[in-house]
Ligand binder design. Structure first.
Ligand code: NAP
Length: 477
């Protein structure tokens, strides 16, 4: 095998690495591939004999197989494994080579790794990759952050392999320095959690309050996918609800009814909430969606609580009116808008905190195709930021303000209906509360400040004059 022949290398031959390697190869590049367990590299290359793939079974051979300056994408389990591989690569690479971590790294790790590799003159991009297996193969949404010079070196490849939006724009853009790409991917995933929870709550209330069966719900979601809610997650929900269990003898049982209701997570939603707390961003939708997964994991406790804790009495429950399906559709869209409003506010606050200069309109643009949250309505976000690049909150854009005005009544009715009937709607209710908090001229934080001043002499500001004040709440004896 002649050395230095491959255009780019991929480390990690699991679902994402294999499909990304095939995607890159399909655009005319020769791709070197390496995996910790050699058997996986071997079987991958044997299964794709006709492709320009160069297998290596030692990391040194892999590095030597690449054209200079070397370009390496790492697609392995996030965390310590990435540090291990980077340590090994650092001693094998030359100044000016580029490493791209395409996994779901925590952005704090990416900032640290970027600083370490920069000392050795090695470029480092932390790149969010969204779209799962199919996206990696046919076109993902890519969110690269790091040195802009390094991005320019890999831009031709990334532009070719990225998903293309309906207007032909590739779903990749330079996001910003050091951890910016992984931060944006983290928020993408957090928003994905919110989208999923909003859909799941709507499914739950329509099923348990109105009494639709799973087939009927599949048709409802399929219909919603023809309108404003048109999105990948609504589409797959309709499909999931139409599927029957393949393991039961009774083939009419919906698969969803055979799946244990314990929602797992891999951490990106939690990280989004943690950083929202760290930078002071009001992020109730993502946070509630993470908590919804946590409480779902307490299955045994819930089973016990269901026996002993009563819900509303039948006589107190409310009957949905005839427009409930339309109202639920509007409530879901309203919730989605609040969630994205919060997501973009968090991005703006993070951009200032970490000095990233994020371009919000470009981010909405690269989420329009390829990724899990792809949706028709992302075009509206792109349009909003095109009109006003420094838009502070999506709710200040005329389209989103108009929808909020039109659909708030339905959102309130649906949240009230669910609450009165004992169905949990943590994200839908958080959406309504966020809307009402954001538009409130006066919040009870005046009383809060008085309480803080009372017990801790924390002082307060006044509405009628500048300065810091302390009230004499009690006289020392
Ligand atoms: P994964 O299951 O997260 O990781 C498996 C890969 O990591 C294998 O190649 C494995 O090698 C390697 N690995 C594990 N521990 C290692 C270590 N200590 N040293 C070296 N290699 C090690 O794979 P994935 O699902 O393809 O995801 C790859 C990355 O993309 C992850 O960060 C993931 O979070 C992110 N991501 C995944 C998806 C998705 O839909 N799956 C979507 C977007 C992003 P062996 O074969 O030797 O075990």
């Amino acid at each position: 095998m002649p050395g230095n022949q491959a255009d780019i290398g991929v480390i990690g031959m699991a679902v994402m690495g294999k499909n990304l390697a095939l995607n890159i190869e399909s655009h005319g590049y020769t791709v070197s591939v390496f995996n910790r367990t050699s058997a996986k590299t071997k079987s991958f290359v044997e299964n794709h004999e006709d492709k320009n793939l160069v297998p290596s079974f030692k990391l040194t051979d892999f590095v030597n197989s690449l054209k200079a300056p070397r370009k390496i994408i790492i697609m392995i389990k996030a965390g310590k494994p990435v540090d291990n591989i980077l340590n090994q690569l650092a001693s094998l690479l030359d100044k000016g080579d580029v490493i791209i971590d395409g996994g779901n790294a925590n952005f704090h790790d990416t900032i640290r790794r970027s600083a370490n590799l920069t000392k050795d003159g090695i470029y480092f991009l932390g790149m969010g990759v969204s779209g799962g297996e199919q996206g990696a193969l046919h076109g993902p949404s890519l969110m690269p952050g790091g040195q802009e010079k390094a991005y320019e070196m890999v831009k031709p490849i990334l532009t070719k392999i990225a998903a293309k939006a309906h207007d032909g724009t590739p779903c990749v853009t330079y996001v910003g320095p050091n951890g910016a790409g992984h931060y944006v991917k983290m928020i993408h995933n957090g928003i994905e959690y919110g989208d999923e929870e909003l859909i799941d709550e709507t499914y739950n209330l329509l099923r348990n309050i109105v009494g639709f069966n799973v087939d009927q719900l599949s048709k409802i979601f399929a219909k919603w996918n023809q309108g404003e809610l048109d999105s990948y997650l609504i589409k797959i929900t309709a499909d999931i609800l139409s599927r029957k269990d393949d393991l039961s003898s009774d083939q009419s049982v919906p698969i969803v009814d055979m799946i244990l209701d314990e929602g797992e997570n891999k951490g990106t939603g939690r990280w989004s909430s943690e950083d929202a707390m760290a930078i002071g961003a009001p992020q109730s939708l993502i946070t509630e969606s993470v908590f919804a997964r946590f409480i779902s994991m307490m299955k045994n406790q819930r089973m016990h609580a269901a026996q002993v804790l009563p819900g509303p009495e039948k006589k107190d429950q409310v009957k949905p009116d005839k427009d409930v399906v339309e109202e639920a559709c509007q409530a879901l869209y309203f919730g989605k808008i609040m969630s994205y409003a919060q997501g973009f506010v968090q991005l703006e606050m993070a951009s200032k905190t970490y000095k990233w200069h994020l371009k919000y309109g470009k981010l909405a643009q690269i989420w329009r195709a390829g990724c899990i949250i792809r949706a028709k309505f992302l075009q509206k976000i792109t349009d909003a930021f095109a009109k006003k690049p420094n838009l502070q909150n999506l709710l200040m854009d005329s389209y989103f303000a108009g929808i909020a005005k039109k659909y708030q009544k339905s959102a309130r009715k649906i949240v009230a209906l669910a609450t009165l009937d004992g169905i949990p709607v943590p994200c839908l209710s958080a959406a309504v509360s966020y809307y009402d908090s954001f538009r409130a001229k006066v919040l009870p934080a005046n009383l809060l400040q008085a309480q803080r001043d009372y017990f801790g002499a924390h002082t307060y500001h006044r509405i009628d004059r500048p300065g810091t004040f302390h009230y004499t709440w009690y006289k020392e004896e």
